[in-house]
Ligand binder design. Structure first.
Ligand SMILES: O=C(O)c1ccccc1NCC(=O)[C@H](O)[C@H](O)COP(=O)(O)O
Length: 213
């Protein structure tokens, strides 16, 4: 099976076109107003219209309340919710049941013990995102371009689909896949020329590196 590719934090129709042209499977839209990748609902609704059928539109939210999620889903057609805050397993279950939208819970990893946190989410979400833990006191809970020690994942497997994220770049993604066996990869900073500015050449190089594994 080819490794699935998610390009996160797209903000323009050009970003979407570059990701689609390179064979991305998922595109991520960020709804977190402290992020340089944040989209308004109007901008996201317009951008969603440019995404071809068959490409999954993933909405990234951080500890969003029901009203925020309802407003988002009423305006933007979303295929998967990426929960990137401190959502508990109960909250993940509530969101999944309340919205009817499949959920991917992100869990931050810095050391082996952090992997235990993943277990609590296996019964309540469709997928997990195994990401780097954000730096202490950092502004963003994700999208920091930081990698974790991928050897922590050697020999690990989970009963739901999982995606690897955190500091992936065109130059290291093949090694990350080889070491972890990741069936899906997610990138944001690693294909940017500046925070929030996607670079089509880097997107192309990233996808080529994944497909070359
Ligand atoms: O991208 C953001 O600005 C962001 C804001 C708040 C929570 C998460 C955020 N990003 C997460 C991602 O883009 C990815 O899912 C993942 O963490 C990879 O990021 P990167 O290390 O930059 O490739």
């Amino acid at each position: 099976m080819p490794v699935r590719i998610k390009i996160c934090g797209l903000r323009t129709a050009q970003d979407v076109a570059a990701a689609v042209a390179c064979g991305a499977d998922d595109i991520g839209l960020v709804f977190f107003d402290r992020s340089p990748r944040h989209l308004t609902l109007d901008d996201a609704a317009e951008l969603a219209l440019t995404v071809p059928v068959g490409i999954r539109k993933v909405a990234l939210t951080v500890d969003a309340d029901d009203a925020t999620l309802d407003a988002l889903l009423a305006r933007v057609p979303i295929d998967l919710l990426q929960l990137h805050g401190h959502e508990t397993p109960d909250r993940v279950q509530e969101i999944r049941q309340g919205t009817g939208i499949p959920v991917m819970k992100a869990v931050g990893i810095a050391e082996a013990a952090d992997l235990d946190e993943l277990d609590a989410y296996m019964a309540v979400c469709e997928q997990v995102l195994v990401d780097a833990k954000p730096p202490r006191g950092g502004v963003l809970p994700g999208g920091n371009g930081l990698a974790f020690d991928w050897t922590l994942l050697e020999g690990r497997s989970w009963p739901v689909p999982w995606m690897l994220a955190g500091g992936l770049r065109p130059s290291n993604v093949a090694e990350a896949i080889r070491l972890t066996g990741a069936p899906q990869v997610d990138v944001s900073s690693g294909v940017e020329s500046a925070p929030g500015v996607k670079d089509p050449d880097m997107i192309r190089d990233f996808c080529a590196a994944v497909r070359g594994v």
